[in-house]
Ligand binder design. Structure first.
Ligand code: G3P
Ligand code: MG
Length: 240
């Protein structure tokens, strides 16, 4: 299937929870995208926002809470009460799930102002090493060039994908410097010429986050390899 479940199967279960990841696995997705950041006690956890309010019943910043404090809160009740028992998962638990089910993870290094980029990379790498998961199952992505450069140094064997909203002028210099594997573009801003240039240079090309297949019908012809979407079922005709 040429789709990646964005934050897990996030239209069917609360985003970035084990429930959402299990739904993606059950549906047959081969890739899951997730967002990772650090708690106050430096545990890599899977959550998108800088703060708890939108996706949990807590308040405040992720970076200000320990893992034990963070997991007191429900990360699923906001979506539906049937998911009330879901908590913000650790990256470690997520890796074990992926290892068990042989599913691939696109680990987005999510950095907010004042976050310690090097520390996030080091802690993520340590958890991956300890998990014993096959490195081929993993891909790092980030909007931060410096975070990907840090990962290139720390874990060069794991592939790197650069996220863009719009393609920068120095795009190919940066991709070369990073030894990047893939480019992840906002589907609304990518055009045919850019896609052709990216593919011509041999990069995998992914688009986020098209939830309406008709909006990206043309993108497949441009050479886009995979759509990162909340709604994998809408692309079932692309199932291979
Ligand atoms: O990796 C694609 C997409 O997740 C990037 O944006 O904000 O959903 O993490 P965001
Ligand atoms: Mg993301």
């Amino acid at each position: 299937m040429q789709v990646m479940a964005h934050r897990g199967y996030s239209s069917q279960a609360p985003e970035n929870t084990l429930a959402a990841f299990k739904k993606a696995i059950a549906f047959g997705c081969q890739w899951i995208e997730l967002d990772v950041q650090l708690t106050a006690d430096q545990i890599p956890v899977v959550i998108h926002d800088q703060t708890l309010e939108r996706c949990t019943d807590g308040v405040g910043k992720i970076a200000d809470l320990t893992f034990n404090e963070l997991t007191q809160y429900s990360a699923g009740h906001w979506f539906d009460q049937t998911f009330s028992d879901e908590t913000v998962p650790s990256l470690e638990a997520t890796l074990q799930l992926a290892k068990q089910h042989h599913i691939n993870l696109n680990i987005e290094l999510k950095l907010y102002p004042e976050d310690d980029e090097t520390l996030l990379c080091q802690r993520v790498a340590a958890v991956i090493d300890a998990a014993g998961i096959a490195k081929e199952q993993l891909l790092f992505s980030s909007f931060s060039v410096t975070a990907l450069a840090a990962m290139q140094h720390i874990m060069p064997e794991i592939r790197r994908g650069l996220l863009w909203e719009t393609m920068p002028a120095d795009a190919f210099d940066t991709l070369t410097m990073l030894g990047a594997f893939s480019v992840h573009c906002d589907y609304r801003h990518l055009n045919r010429q850019q896609a052709a240039a990216i593919k011509q240079r041999g990069y995998a090309l992914y688009c986020y986050t098209p939830n309406q297949p008709l909006e990206v019908e043309g993108h497949w012809q441009w050479g886009v390899d995979m759509m990162i979407t909340d709604k994998p079922h809408r692309y079932v005709y692309k199932k291979q």
